[in-house]
Design a protein around this ligand. Structure first.
Ligand SMILES: [Fe+2]
Length: 349
């Protein structure tokens, strides 16, 4: 596919070859329409009356209207609010009211549709076809195991690059500084090296981090916990243990653009775990907010993938492995702007 008209420095072209969430399933009820932005591309997300979710360009082929301002017709197609043109989930224009029922619909009226999938309470899409996809949609097995129930968190928009957000989520060295008003333990600022395992195929980075954290809801503790991180390149992380024993918090920050990120996150709790959803949301908000403020101010905006560009100490090994992995995937270092849409070069050296 082409990204004509999309501001692109290689990041969008490469990031488009992965699956990303574009909406929470709960926010798109049958017959409901919403809008999303993924990699500078405006999308309309809707659910037909049978419950199937669809994603196409948020742009009527007729007069450039936002289809997301329309509705879902009785046949499950999204309907443009301006002239009533209908489009099905494959992007096919199925009705132009002004042509009546006997005249053919020109195929130029069709819009671009994207593959769509639901997993873990999120609606995911991929902007390229199967042949260009670099990786299947991430799957968090715990959400489908029947052993856990799912809390689908409120989304947060960050003025930050998606890689900066992922790295922040995995940066355990800041807990005892930035998060001391919630779970962080100010007495544990000194740290040993982190040992990161890289899977044989290179897609997964994992490490365990024992940490005596406080209970953010009542300040009790500290309690000896083990935070188990499993990052799947390039965009998703599952963190076991941070929201209580057996819990798995899964994050999927979605790049609205190269420098703006919508954080989708869900937490799987073991069946029988009693959680006050509102209280839990408020706690997580108090944890995410300082992160959002800090990460939004990091410079350069783009994560430096040249390891010489920032200082890395032994407790930063996840960051080192992550940056190496991104570079190996072909994401470029900042400043290496490409305008030809060609695949980005590999790591330096
Ligand atoms: Fe944080």
């Amino acid at each position: 596919m082409s990204f004509e008209g999309v501001r692109d420095d290689g990041f969008s072209t490469l990031a488009a070859r992965f699956w990303h969430p574009v909406a929470r399933a709960v926010d798109v009820a049958p017959g409901q329409v919403t809008m999303a932005t993924l990699l500078d591309r405006d999308l309309v997300v809707w659910r037909d009356h049978q419950g199937m979710a669809h994603v196409v360009d948020d742009l009527c082929s007729h007069r450039g209207t936002r289809l997301s301002a329309g509705d879902v017709a009785d046949d499950g197609c999204v309907r443009c609010p301006y002239h009533g043109w209908r489009f099905d989930g494959g992007g096919t224009c199925t009705q132009i009211p002004q042509l009546g029922t006997s005249r053919p619909i020109p195929r130029q009226a069709d819009v671009i549709a994207f593959r769509t999938s639901e997993h873990a309470g999120l609606i995911w899409t991929c902007l390229v076809g199967e042949d260009e996809e670099l990786r299947p949609r991430p799957t968090w097995d715990v959400t489908e195991a029947g052993t856990h129930w799912l809390h689908v968190g409120a989304t947060y928009d960050w003025d930050a690059q998606v890689f900066r957000q992922v790295e922040n989520f995995c940066d355990v060295a800041h807990f005892s500084v930035l998060h001391v008003d919630t779970f962080g333990n100010a007495d544990l600022q000194e740290m040993d090296a982190i040992h990161v395992d890289v899977s044989d195929d290179g897609w997964h980075l994992s490490f365990d981090y024992p940490y005596a954290s406080f209970n953010p809801s009542d300040g009790s503790g500290p309690f000896d916990m083990v935070f188990e991180y499993r990052l799947e390149l390039p965009f998703t992380v599952a963190l076991t243990g941070a929201s209580g024993p057996g819990s798995v918090m899964c994050i999927a920050p979605s790049p609205m653009s190269a420098d703006r990120t919508r954080l989708f996150w869900v937490c799987a709790f073991p069946l029988g775990t009693d959680v006050d959803a509102d209280e839990y949301e408020e706690i997580e908000r108090r944890i995410w907010e300082p992160d959002r403020a800090i990460v939004g101010g990091q410079r350069p905006d783009r994560l430096p993938l040249d390891l010489l560009e920032e200082l890395h100490l032994p407790f930063d090994r996840l960051a080192v492995a992550y940056r190496r992995g991104l570079a190996a995937l072909g994401f470029t270092v900042p400043g290496a702007r490409r305008v030809d849409g060609a695949p980005a070069p590999g790591p330096r050296g």
